[in-house]
Design a protein around this ligand. Structure first.
Ligand code: OAD
Length: 230
């Protein structure tokens, strides 16, 4: 039997209860840093060591984090639905929870990328990147993260998946960073759309067929998945 297609767009809020901090809840500072110093090509040009150390710390923190009930509830949904998770998160908690189809819009913390050829991507297996670590072409490795001002190579694939959605779920994102936030506009007014976030999003809530579940990711996702599995 054909399974209905569900597309889930997730942001930092889904990993908050796993102990990973969000971006904007901390007042524009991310773990004490100005986001543009550690998440832009300019920041990288100014101070590579600072940028590498910043992501090394995030990677170490991720090693100690575990998926929470929101991540695992999305896996449960696969028993009945064809689920694609589009995440803005660079953590691997959806993978570790067991989701089978994941698009990482903003890159992956556990991978490094060549600064000479963006197609050369390597698994880090939790290890640091240091100054002097090079790709096979001899250029410095950088974190495999899409920084502000860079293209989002996976966006086209994300749009194609979103266009197929018969149910669309947004969890834990402030929806202020484009192009990711624009994905909502690719879903039809005729399909059910859900938003799980304890705060009001920036999103124009006049969207019809949009149900806001004003809860944290773990309880809100469980509530919604229970409803969709009935
Ligand atoms: P934000 O920090 O902008 O937004 C986090 C959202 O999660 C907010 O709407 C919070 O209300 C919500 N939230 C907080 N705790 C939650 C919880 N326990 N359960 C559910 N929701 C909760 O993070 P993103 O929208 O993911 O980009 O940020 C988007 C992008 O901006 C990131 O991918 C990153 C950043 O700069 C790059 O690194 C390129």
């Amino acid at each position: 039997m054909r399974k209905k297609k569900i597309v889930v767009l997730t942001g930092a809020g889904i990993s908050a209860e796993s102990g990973l901090s969000t971006f904007r809840d901390s007042g524009g500072l991310w773990e004490g840093h100005n986001v543009m110093d550690v998440a832009s090509p300019e920041g990288w040009r100014r101070n590579r060591k600072l940028v590498l150390e910043f992501y090394n710390q995030r990677r170490r923190q991720l090693r100690n984090a575990v998926p929470n009930a929101a991540h695992t509830e999305l896996v449960r949904l696969e028993e009945k639905y064809d689920v694609t998770v589009i995440t803005q998160n660079v953590d691997d908690l959806h993978e570790r929870a067991g989701s089978s189809s994941i698009i990482h819009l903003h890159g992956e913390l556990n991978k490094s990328q060549s600064t000479a050829d963006p197609d050369l991507i390597y698994d880090l297996e939790g290890e640091d990147i240091s100054i002097g670590d090079k790709c096979e072409l001899g250029s410095q490795l950088r974190p495999f993260i899409v920084w502000f001002g860079e293209l989002v190579p996976k966006m086209e694939e994300a749009v194609m998946e979103t266009l197929k959605a018969e149910i669309f779920i947004v969890i834990g994102t402030s929806l202020v960073v484009y192009p990711a936030a624009g994905l909502v506009a690719y879903t039809g007014n005729e399909i059910p759309r859900y938003l799980i976030d304890p705060s009001e999003p920036e999103l124009n809530l006049s969207y019809s067929n949009l149900t806001h579940i004003k809860s944290k990711a773990t309880s809100g996702t469980k509530e919604l998945v229970d409803r969709l599995m009935k």
